[in-house]
Design a protein around this ligand. Structure first.
Ligand code: AMP
Length: 537
């Protein structure tokens, strides 16, 4: 029997139109580079977005064309997020921190027709122009940085481009399976791979992350996404926020310490999201300077949220860290770690060890873990396996069909993350497959070791990689960044590790090294490839 329900497509213009109808007076706030604050209402944002749709069409953009952005988090970026897919073109958000070869590779691979660029970021494009092919127009967004208008061919300012459009509503029918956006994997090996999201997957992902058992984004919240809009669509938060009509605050370039704390305070932000390194810096800053914050939740993902950080924010500032896991290929939110009803009163060790897990799949996503023979590992909290995932917002292939080994023949995506699952279905990442350290034929989880070292209040960050060792195959080396004004105590770290690791797993004392910083990838994760290379050299 067929249902009697409407065939109503799940497409992004529905989210945009609802925001105008239901929440026209809610605010979208941007802090620009010169510290000026811009306030737009959703009603004004809607008018600018339909004008932008018209301008894009008049400039010759056709369904299926890739239109790129090279921007930080601000309201113009949000206009592009909705206008481009709403005319059936494809939003390609470029990571501004890519190396030149990767940058030019993805622009050419995606066949970007136009690129919208923040004025202060344009130099990175200018420098690589000779390697970029097929881009017809550059539209320059004035981010209020005191730099000259860039020297790019066919460049026009965003506001002038907007004036070429008409403020008319012209929404054409869209098939929900059509492409809405492309993101490229951050690619630590080989070329970045394109992941193409559909209107449907983006719509369903937005609904899912709004759920109370996911990120709990709702109208009453004030949301500030620190995670860049070029990193897996800022984890889908801008789409979900417009869906709910919550007040949105964009930080522009004000992403660390005092700049961020002041904005959180002045705009009374209640929910924010970003990678652990950002919160580490904020934590140290809040310890020194007092703010009157309304913040109750910080979504942390992209790398493991250290347990010490979760405990510190909760105990010192009453702010809850919500640990989430995801990937470019998973839109990105796959799992979230909330305490279950019966766990709410858990305290101490049990409480924080659960909060530090990557959690359970959000409704719509399924996960399992398999061993090297393809068999499901037991849910015993200790047997490791590779995490597989499937669901309506999980990639079924890459844009150009590469890496087919990442997909199983029966419809699962192989994440390359090594995890354990426990009796309640909570997933915990023990490593990336390629980051595991093999010592005397046994595996050491670099993530477990990092977490333990980072629990030391004198430690700001720690990254563990393996170095070649004639006796042990590989031996762990710990790079430690001390908190400002403190020193690394290798003996103390070694003693602490002894409590949780077998003696054959422990690093030598002189393999616990103090460094001033740990190199980071384009999306703010520890760049272990560089650390390994340093060790080899
Ligand atoms: P990306 O596609 O750049 O977002 O990177 C995805 C990878 O980041 C995952 O496969 C994990 O290895 C890692 N990752 C994401 N979230 C977490 C988390 N909460 N804890 C540990 N690793 C994470």
């Amino acid at each position: 029997m067929r249902s009697t329900m409407m065939d109503y497509p799940l497409v992004l213009p529905s989210i945009l139109k609802r925001a105008k109808e239901v929440h026209p007076h809610k605010e979208i706030v941007t802090k620009w580079h010169d510290n000026s604050i811009q306030r737009l209402t959703y009603g004004e944002f809607y008018k600018r977005t339909i004008r932008l749709m018209s301008a894009l069409r008049k400039a010759g953009v056709k369904p299926g064309d890739a239109i790129a952005t090279f921007c930080l988090n601000h309201s113009v970026h949000l206009e592009l997020y909705f206008a481009i897919p709403s005319i059936r073109a494809v939003l390609h958000t470029i990571n501004i921190r890519l190396f030149p070869e990767q940058l030019t590779y993805i622009i050419n691979e995606a066949k970007d027709k136009f690129i919208f660029v923040d004025k202060s970021l344009a130099l990175a494009i200018e420098k690589n122009l000779s390697q970029i092919h097929g881009v017809q127009k550059f539209i320059i967004i004035d981010d209020k940085e005191n730099v000259p208008f860039p020297n790019l061919p066919n460049a026009i300012s965003y506001e002038d481009f907007l004036k070429t459009g008409d403020e008319i509503e012209n929404f054409e029918p869209i098939d929900e399976f059509e492409a809405a956006g492309i993101c490229y994997t951050s690619g630590t090996t080989g070329n970045p791979k394109g992941v193409v999201y559909s209107h449907r997957s983006t719509y369903l992902h937005s609904m899912s992350i709004c759920m109370g058992d996911a990120l709990c984004i709702r109208e009453a919240e004030t949301v500030l996404p620190v995670v860049p809009m070029f990193h897996v669509n800022s984890w889908g938060i801008p789409f979900a926020s417009v869906m709910t009509g919550c007040k949105l605050v964009f930080p522009g370039k004000h992403l660390l310490g005092a700049g961020l704390a002041e904005l959180l305070e002045s705009e009374e932000v209640t929910l924010t999201a970003g990678v652990p390194t950002v919160w580490n810096v904020l934590y140290q800053h809040l310890k020194k300077t007092k703010y009157n914050l309304k913040l109750h939740t910080m979504v942390v993902g992209g790398s493991a949220a250290p347990r010490g950080l979760i405990e510190g924010f909760e105990k010192d500032f009453g702010i809850s860290i919500l640990h989430a896991w995801g990937m470019t290929e998973t839109s990105p939110v796959g799992t979230v770690s909330h305490l279950r009803g019966f766990m709410k009163d858990w305290n101490g060790n049990k409480r924080y060890s659960y909060r530090a897990k990557q959690g359970v799949p959000v409704p719509g996503v399924e996960i399992r873990a398999i061993d090297d023979n393809g068999k499901d590992v037991p849910k015993d909290g200790k047997t490791p396996g590779e995490l597989l995932v499937r669901g309506p917002w999980i990639a079924a292939s890459y844009k150009s069909g590469e890496s087919s080994e990442s997909f199983t023949s029966d419809g699962w995506f192989r994440t390359g993350d090594v995890v354990v699952l426990d009796e309640f279905g909570y997933m915990q990442i023990t490593d990336r497959k390629k980051d595991l350290i093999k010592t005397r034929g046994e595996w050491i989880s670099s993530v477990d070791m990092e977490n333990l070292v980072m629990a030391d209040p004198n430690v700001l960050e720690a990254a563990v990689v393996g170095r070649k060792d004639p006796v042990r195959d590989e031996a762990p080396v710990i790079f430690v960044v001390p908190v400002e004004g403190k020193e690394v105590d290798p003996k103390g770290i070694h003693d602490r590790l002894k409590e949780n690791f077998a003696h054959w797993q422990l690093p030598k004392l002189d393999d616990i090294r103090s460094v001033s910083a740990i190199p980071k990838t384009s999306v703010g994760k520890f760049d272990k490839k560089i650390l390994r290379k340093e060790l080899e050299e």
